[in-house]
Design a protein around this ligand. Structure first.
Ligand code: SAH
Length: 234
């Protein structure tokens, strides 16, 4: 039988932030499944941009398009097809890799396929990668957590009240999927700007990268999907 199906973490955007193990696995793969997002303007894929920058043979890359909407049922249909296609390729003896941005096990819906393949007794292996918030810390040169500090990661469900409570408890927060909770977070930034440092990041590791600790530079902006906030209470 073939090698396990590999789930390869690509890192947040800078192609050099993939691991050596991830890159070697992709170079050896016969078939690389790559997520894309279906938008009104067509397909966009951060993962595909990373793969192209790594000079991988494009004829071996197979994109699968996930709908933007939160309708889980539509995404599940795409995943069902990917699951069946990946099994067929594996059974035909191909070396199969499935990629995901950042770390493939951190807020990464692709883990659903990993779990289903495991249930189907198909061997799988995941290769760890750099999550976006870790790259953000490096970019800003900050110590994300020190000494006894706790870090709380909030995935786009942050309410102004829950974030306020965390700041008052002096808890460091990482807010992922910021575009999904932008207004609540902006309200909190305005209220607590003297009690915490708010570090805003978007498109880390790409030529559109932006990071700032000055709220005025982003509070009136439309927040893109690839953005996150690190909150450090004083
Ligand atoms: N698996 C990814 C997270 C996927 S969830 C990881 O390990 O980082 C998607 C969220 O991750 C985005 O909404 C954003 O909050 C964050 N994100 C991923 N890549 C990013 C980037 N290059 N710049 C800023 N935020 C990013």
């Amino acid at each position: 039988m073939s090698n396990p199906i590999h789930f390869v973490s690509l890192g947040p955007g800078d192609p050099e932030l993939i691991t050596l193990k991830g890159l070697r696995t992709l170079r050896q793969a016969d078939l690389i499944y790559c997520p894309a997002t279906l938008t009104k303007q067509g397909h966009t894929s951060r993962a595909m941009e990373i793969l192209k920058d790594l000079d991988l043979d494009e004829s071996r890359i197979s994109p699968f398009a996930l709908p933007m909407s939160k309708q889980r049922s539509e995404a599940l249909q795409v995943y069902d097809k990917l699951f069946n296609d990946a099994i067929r390729a594996y059974q035909a003896g191909l070396q199969v890799a499935i990629v995901a941005e950042g770390d493939a096990g951190f807020y990464s819906s692709i883990q659903y396929i990993y779990d289903r393949l495991t249930e189907a007794k198909i061997p799988v292996r995941r290769i760890a990668g750099v999550p976006a918030f870790i790259a953000a810390g490096a970019l800003a040169g900050i110590h994300i957590a020190k000494q006894e500090e706790e870090v709380r990661v909030i995935p786009g469900t942050a309410s102004s009240a829950s974030l306020s409570a965390a700041i008052e408890r002096k808890q460091v927060c990482v807010i992922m999927k910021l575009s999904a909770c932008g207004e609540a977070v902006k309200e909190c930034v305005r209220k607590y700007r003297d009690q915490a440092r708010f570090l805003y990041f978007e498109h880390i590791g790409t030529d559109k990268e932006l990071h700032t600790s000055v709220p005025e530079e982003w509070l009136d902006k439309k927040i893109p999907y690839f953005s996150l906030l690190i909150v450090q209470p004083y």
